[in-house]
Structures are given as C-alpha cells and as structure tokens.
Design a protein around this ligand. Structure first.
Ligand SMILES: O=C(O)CCC(=O)C(=O)O
Ligand SMILES: [Fe+2]
Length: 211
C-alpha cells in the first residue's frame, strides 16, 4: 500500500528529466544520470495526517523510528523512474560541504543518511551497486563476477546507508558512493528519502523548491 501511494504521488507530480548538481549549479541532460524523477510535496512537521488514512505517512513514521531523525530533517521525497537502458552513474548523495559550513545553502549538503525504497521489482539489470565496497560473499560464490556490494531491486525493500562519517558528519563516507546500473528490462521505480544534518527548510528555500 505504501509503495502504491508513493507511485501515485510520483505520477501526480509528474516525472521530469533528473537534474544533477555540477559544482553547485543544476544541470539537466547530464550523461551521468538519464532517469526521470519527481519531488513530492513537503511533509509539514505540524501537519501530521493520520497514519491509518495515509500510507506515505506510515512510511515516513517508520523511517523516523528506524533512524531517530524526524521529518524536520527529511528532504522532500524524490520518486525516481528508470526505463530500459536508463542509469545513474557512480555518485555520492551528499555534496561536499567545505565551501561555507556556516551557511546551509547548498542542496544535497548534509545528507547524512539515504533511505532508498524500491517501488518495483526489476528482473534484469537496475541493481544499486556500491563500487567501493567489496562483497566477499559474492566473490566466494562467483570469483569472476560481482565483487562489489550490489542489490537487485525488490518492491518494498528499503536500503539505508550512511553518507557521512560518524565522528565528522561534514565529511563524506567514501564507501557510500553508489550507482544505479542500467535497467535491462521493464521499468524501475524507487523513492529517495534523504536524512539531513540540519532541518530542510533552508535547503528547500535556496533551491527554489518551496513556495
Ligand atoms: O536507483 C537506484 O538504485 C539508486 C538511486 C540513486 O542513487 C539516487 O537517486 O541518488
Ligand atoms: Fe544516489
């Protein structure tokens, strides 16, 4: 039900060519990311709807419980869509924050955790792969293949990973680099919920996403 609700919310907003940040400025048509995406409306901290009536509300509460990070520090959810052949090359979800730590004005900065929910099964391709994390189990089974950690999308499965270092939240965890491999067949959907070091209000404002 949560998956269905997130898919319809994405459809309602409409999927657009995903933008990507290049040294702080937004660039679409980037060859590193060919998928489309939709940012869902902000979930107001004061405006908690009933979890019984709102499956997205149930999902958000579960993420709050699991991570201990409440919605003031959630970015707007982003639903992503990949058709066959589409991908997102290796990247880090959190921007480097060294330019001016005192002003939280760069979108994508301070994304300390990523919660990524698969909204569809993908039969072939479309894996989420962490090219800096050796996967010893996979290497033992298939020495020639899959030496790095990767996941096949399964509808309803949540991946949660740390983008920052525990003892220095402004420094990127290099192992958190990841990519969405090209989908071979079918359509892949997922939802990003980025959990922030600071409340999201300033980010939304500076990126022009808010009212
Ligand atoms: O689609 C995936 O498997 C990962 C998506 C992703 O990395 C992102 O949207 O930042
Ligand atoms: Fe990502």
């Amino acid at each position: 039900e949560e998956v269905e609700a997130l898919l319809s919310a994405g459809e309602a907003v409409g999927f657009k060519q995903s933008a990507i940040r290049n040294r702080g400025t937004l660039a679409s048509n980037d060859t590193r990311r060919t998928s489309t995406s939709a940012f869902l409306p902000e979930r107001k901290p004061g405006g908690r709807s009933s979890a019984d009536a709102d499956p997205i509300e149930r999902f958000v509460r579960r993420v709050e419980e699991i991570t201990g990070i409440t919605r003031e520090r959630h970015e707007r959810m982003q639903v992503v869509r990949y058709e066959a052949g589409q991908f997102y090359r290796p990247h880090h979800d959190s921007s480097p924050f060294s330019i001016n730590r005192s002003v939280h004005n760069r979108v994508g900065a301070g994304r300390i955790l990523t919660a990524f929910l698969y909204l569809s099964d993908v039969a072939e391709g479309g894996r989420t792969r962490f090219p800096k994390v050796p996967d010893d189990a996979a290497r033992t089974k298939k020495p020639a293949r899959a030496p790095f950690l990767s996941f096949q999308p399964r509808r309803g499965t949540l991946l949660l990973w740390p983008n920052a270092l525990d003892d220095d939240p402004w420094t990127n965890n290099a192992f958190a680099e990841h990519e969405a491999m090209a989908v071979d067949e079918g359509v892949k959907y997922g939802a990003n919920l980025w959990l922030l070091q600071y409340p999201d209000a300033l980010v939304i404002k500076s990126w022009g996403l808010g009212k």
